[in-house]
Design a protein around this ligand. Structure first.
Ligand SMILES: NC(=O)c1ccc[n+]([C@@H]2O[C@H](COP(=O)([O-])OP(=O)(O)OC[C@H]3O[C@@H](n4cnc5c(N)ncnc54)[C@H](O)[C@@H]3O)[C@@H](O)[C@H]2O)c1
Length: 265
């Protein structure tokens, strides 16, 4: 057993959805450092194109920016065709794209929340993950090998503590809690369904990341965690490398919670 080899992603093809977002960009950098060719998939093409350029300059890998809409099966199929033509395989799928709702929606009273916001979140956070797993699953079944990582949130495990948000605008809407909690059992189901097909499926559950929010909110949030602070944006990269690599070869149907201890006391 060689520890470096365990975490090595040299030559692995990783499809990362929502790659243009706050955490996606961090994952893309970390995965590239570990040697992976990262497919930077996002509806925000200009953002992922920039990330592609940076990665090409920094690392000796072949990143690839792709515009796609996770709610559109045709768009997913088209992207997978492109990837297969370029790389002939997909080793890892990370379902990271999300709709968290804008600040207005996140602070709207539950009673007044428009149905369209609920429908949108279901489409992006759940149907999108379902479609990606179906289409990438076909490829992984043929390969008899693959790793899927679905992203949940602290708010998929416990309710947001309504006492800490005040006027910060950092509230999270019910569609976020509902979809992120569904990710957990979606993962278990699929891990069980493909248990003897060489495909491992796990969830990563991150906690809140500090990104210049209202100081009063940061203080209250930090108090909720055992470590007394919010996460830095690069603090989930190690977990992504672990879950994507052979270091987690005996892990499937699981949920890796990294939340500074918020849900543990
Ligand atoms: N940031 C946090 O504090 C935090 C905490 C816990 C969990 N998470 C989870 O981590 C993941 C990443 O979070 P983030 O903060 O980086 O999110 P983000 O909002 O910064 O990025 C999400 C990305 O998804 C893309 N996207 C949205 N709709 C899409 C669509 N229809 N098709 C394709 N792409 C689309 C967006 O363009 C964006 O680049 C999410 O699943 C989120 O639930 C984040």
């Amino acid at each position: 057993m060689n520890v470096k080899c365990l975490f090595d992603l040299n030559g692995r093809v990783v499809l990362l959805t929502g790659a243009g977002g706050l955490l996606g960009e961090q994952y893309a950098d970390g995965l590239s450092q570990a040697g992976a060719h990262v497919i930077l998939a996002d509806i925000n093409y200009s953002k992922v194109k920039l990330i592609e350029k940076t990665l090409k300059l920094k690392y000796n890998t072949k990143p690839f920016a792709v515009k796609f809409d996770i709610t559109d099966k045709k768009s997913i199929k088209k992207m997978i065709d492109l990837i297969l033509r370029k790389y002939s395989k997909i080793d890892v799928l990370i379902n990271n794209a999300v709709d968290q709702g804008n600040a207005k929606l996140r602070t709207t009273d539950f009673i007044d929340l428009p149905q369209s916001s609920w429908d949108n979140a279901i489409k992006i956070n759940l149907t999108g993950m379902f479609l990606c797993c179906q289409e990438v699953g076909k490829v992984m079944l043929k390969q008899k090998k693959g790793v899927i990582i679905n992203i949940s949130s602290t708010y998929g495990l416990v309710a947001p503590d309504q006492r800490i948000y005040g006027k910060s605008g950092q509230n999270s809407a019910i569609f976020y809690a509902a979809t992120k909690s569904a990710v957990l059992n979606f993962t278990r189901y699929l891990a069980s369904y493909w248990h003897n097909k060489g495909i491992r499926v796990n969830t990563l559950t991150p906690g809140g990341v500090e990104k210049g929010q209202d100081p009063e909110f940061i203080k209250k949030y930090s108090k909720k965690t055992m470590l007394g602070r919010m996460a830095k944006k690069n603090e989930y990269v190690g977990a992504i490398i672990f879950l994507a690599s052979d270091a987690s070869s005996y892990m499937t149907g699981s949920n890796l919670i990294i939340d500074g201890g918020w849900t543990a006391w």
